[in-house]
Design a protein around this ligand. Sequence first.
Ligand SMILES: [Zn+2]
Length: 396
Amino acid sequence: MPRGPFQPASSTVLRAGRLFDGERFVDTPLVQIDDGSIVAVGADVDQELPVVDLGDVTLMPGIVDCHQHLVFDGDGTLEDQVADQTDGELAERAWQHARQALVGGITTVRDLGDRGFVTLALRGDRELPTLLCAGPPITPVGGHCWFLGGEVSSRDGLTSAVEERVERGCDVVKIMATGGFGTPGSPPWRSQFTADDVAHVTDLAHAAGLPVAAHCHGEEGIRHAVDAGVDTIEHCSFMNEPLTPDPEPQLLEDLAASGIALSATFGRCADAPPPPAALANATPLVRAAMRRVLELGGNLVVGSDAGINPPKPHDIAPRAIHDLMTVGMTPVEALAALTSGGADALRLPDKGRVRAGADADLVTVDGDPRDDPDAVTRIVDVWRCGVPVDRTDAPR
Ligand SMILES: [Zn+2]
């Protein structure tokens, strides 16, 4: 059985059976941590220090989930999930979900849609993952997820919506560039904004130093987002009415060349049917398009969309390893997408890597994911900035 998490004192060296540093496996599986940070890795560790042997596990960076909804609990329609809740109740629920993510090995979570900006106040809590928060997604009146409170009705409305997010200190601006599943009357393939609108929001956000995450199921919306130069494209399902993806080769080339991260809606419980948004990312044509973007040198990361329904609990992201392999990644490439890839997409240089200077956000997993990809779903221990996370109640 796995041992309890070790509380590192200052300047401790951890030794594991294997070490994945966010990009590759390191020959000498040693990590020196001090006061919440990693100070040396592999052969560079101070040989004089005491060594704590973690046993036959793989030590790796904590997992980065680029797309969650901490206020959703998966019970009923998206609208029903928040309808009868006060903001205070949603904040409490969001805390519990963020905690569930951390216990599950996800040390960085980007929330791409709350209500009432309730998730922002959770940032900085060391009992939770590092959180990046968008507040309510920007959407047209009656558009996808309108019930989260981010409705706008004009160009001026878009301007003030971005300004409000800047003033409130959001980490990212989320725009619903196309319709989505789960909101009646917002067909997922249909653009909700013009190309000019998406560019306007992107330019304003970038001028204020904020990245933009664009929710896009429709191919036209993806084109708008690529041309606008957003930072991540969520879902990226390449849909056209009637739901048959057949993306223009030029779009795939432009997406790959743009460097925009494709945040794929990957990861689900094996014993429950996937939600439509995840199914849209699971069709052979979409997987082929994603594979092509990767072949062209594009960037694909994991945004689980956790919270939207029961197959998407907030600790689901590690299971995305199987989806990542279906688009052509090796297990090592998939591990990188779940760690350093996500951290890069979120502009967090101190996350997602085991390297000197990075935060000691670490997990150990039971087994070697190179031979047994499912090992990454068997989390043994989790450290958040060097502090072990109590996993007593975690499912094993
Ligand atoms: Zn979402």
